[in-house]
Write a protein that binds this ligand. Structure first.
Ligand code: AMP
Length: 427
């Protein structure tokens, strides 16, 4: 079958790499893709938000399945656009309807959803501009730290953890009155701060049944030892040692089952990935956030560990037959280490030539996934803050990270930086 994958990051390179291995996939297109995805299929210069252009492409190339990497096309209703168009409705689009994508697109919606379905999450209140005075009083009396969340999509920057009431009130006013996150901040969720260790859980659902994919832990801070500003993610590990069968069972019973059931009960069309950001408080799981797509860089460890044919799973999503599938995961540990541009997550340069990409693989068969790269003539150049990541497998976290580091030491671009301590707490 002909498949179109939307997106351009490391997640999409990992998806393209996995889709291309499927016996069902006869042609793979990636829109717009990066220098890495062009090794798995054909990059097409289309904007994933230009639904009319996608329509023309899909009908012209007899596309039968569209896999949506990032959240924005989902939040903007790509699934509904395809479902409501007679020329497109036979195409399986993997992802939720706009209504389902609100799990990620609106923090206020997702909090209310969790409350409706008894899913454990931090206590919260929601405020908009007309309730600003009440919100200020609420914050002044709230325990510290307190978490402020812009309601809408804010490119991963809409969450602020405040240490004092003065800071909290200032940030709150900046969001609601100062337009700090634009429209995304028209509503603000004020949430209790939870202390614990975080875990990313990935669910694939067909709307009735679900499968749990390998879990992962990602590393958000730019600096070693989890210091410095937040990034899109500097690396990831899978499996996660504290995700014991007991703990995963609690997550399944208290979070995943009520989530999938809740979506169905509310008649929300959801056929795709659910990323549940979980925090372990004591021995209990709480939901920090939902995302309506896979994580990045978690996908770069989750999919390499997945032994199933991904297209077969996605066809089962289309046919609501996921109950007939089982996840088969590689027992080894996978780690990915992200190389970023000098200066990231602040200002950085683009267009810097990358060398060392054609070296022989390290001893465990490491995989280089491209994130922010593009081809320029015969050269591959940097094209984003997160440039590429190297995934390796081993029996221990230490060996896997060491293998990735060995590969990264032979790759060069001006300003290359990566953390050497991914998975440090599990060494
Ligand atoms: P989010 O965009 O909701 O994932 O939030 C970004 C990050 O902020 C999370 O990965 C957590 O590390 C942190 N965070 C969000 N909500 C809370 C909370 N209620 N308590 C503690 N940390 C939180």
């Amino acid at each position: 079958m002909h498949i179109l994958l939307l997106g351009a990051g490391g997640r999409e390179h990992a998806l393209a790499w996995k889709l291309a291995q499927s016996s069902h996939c006869t042609r793979l297109f990636i829109a717009p893709g990066n220098a890495g995805t062009s090794g798995c299929g054909v990059n097409v210069p289309l904007n994933p938000l230009d639904f009319e252009a996608l329509k023309k492409f899909c009908t012209g190339e007899a596309i039968e399945m569209v896999v949506v990497g990032p959240e924005e096309p989902l939040v903007r209703g790509i699934v509904d656009f395809f479902a409501n168009d007679p020329a497109l409705k036979s195409i399986a689009v993997i992802g939720p309807s706009a209504s389902g994508a609100r799990l990620e697109g609106s923090k206020a919606f997702s909090k209310k959803f969790m409350v409706r379905h008894g899913i454990p999450t931090a206590a919260y209140r929601e405020f908009s501009l007309d309730g600003i005075a009440e919100g200020v009083t609420y914050l002044q009396q709230h325990s510290m730290p307190v978490v402020l969340k812009a309601d809408g999509l804010a490119a991963g920057k809409g969450v602020i953890i405040c240490q004092s009431p003065i800071e909290a009130v200032a940030e709150f006013e900046l969001m609601l009155q100062g337009n700090k996150f634009g429209e995304a901040g028209n509503k603000v969720v004020v949430e209790e701060f939870l202390t614990g260790i975080e875990l990313s859980v990935f669910v694939l659902t067909d709307g009735k049944h679900f499968l749990i994919l390998p879990e992962a832990k990602d590393y958000k801070r730019v600096g070693e030892g989890d210091t410095g500003p937040n990034t899109g993610g500097m690396g990831a590990v899978s499996p996660v040692p504290f995700a014991t069968p007991d703990f995963m069972q609690k997550i399944t019973d208290r979070i995943i089952i009520p989530t999938v059931k809740g979506l169905a009960e509310e008649n929300i069309d959801y056929k795709g990935f659910i990323f549940v950001g979980v925090i372990k408080v004591g021995d209990d799981p709480y939901v920090i956030e939902y995302n309506c797509r896979m994580g990045d860089p978690e996908t770069e460890v989750v999919l390499p560990r997945l032994k199933n044919d991904l297209v077969e799973l996605l066809l089962a999503v289309r046919d609501q037959a996921l109950d007939k599938q089982q996840v088969v995961a590689d027992d080894r540990i996978a780690c990915t280490v992200m190389a970023v541009s000098g200066g990231y997550p602040g200002a950085y340069e683009k267009g810097l030539p990358i060398t060392g990409l054609d070296q022989p693989p390290a001893r465990s068969g490491s995989i280089v996934f491209h994130a922010g790269t593009r081809t320029e003539g015969d050269a591959v150049v940097t094209n984003g803050g997160r440039v590429l990541c190297v995934t390796s497998f081993a029996e221990t976290v230490y060996e896997a990270v060491d293998d990735s580091r060995e590969v990264l030491e032979k790759i060069y671009y001006d300003g290359i930086y990566y953390r050497r301590d991914i998975g440090y707490e599990f060494l």
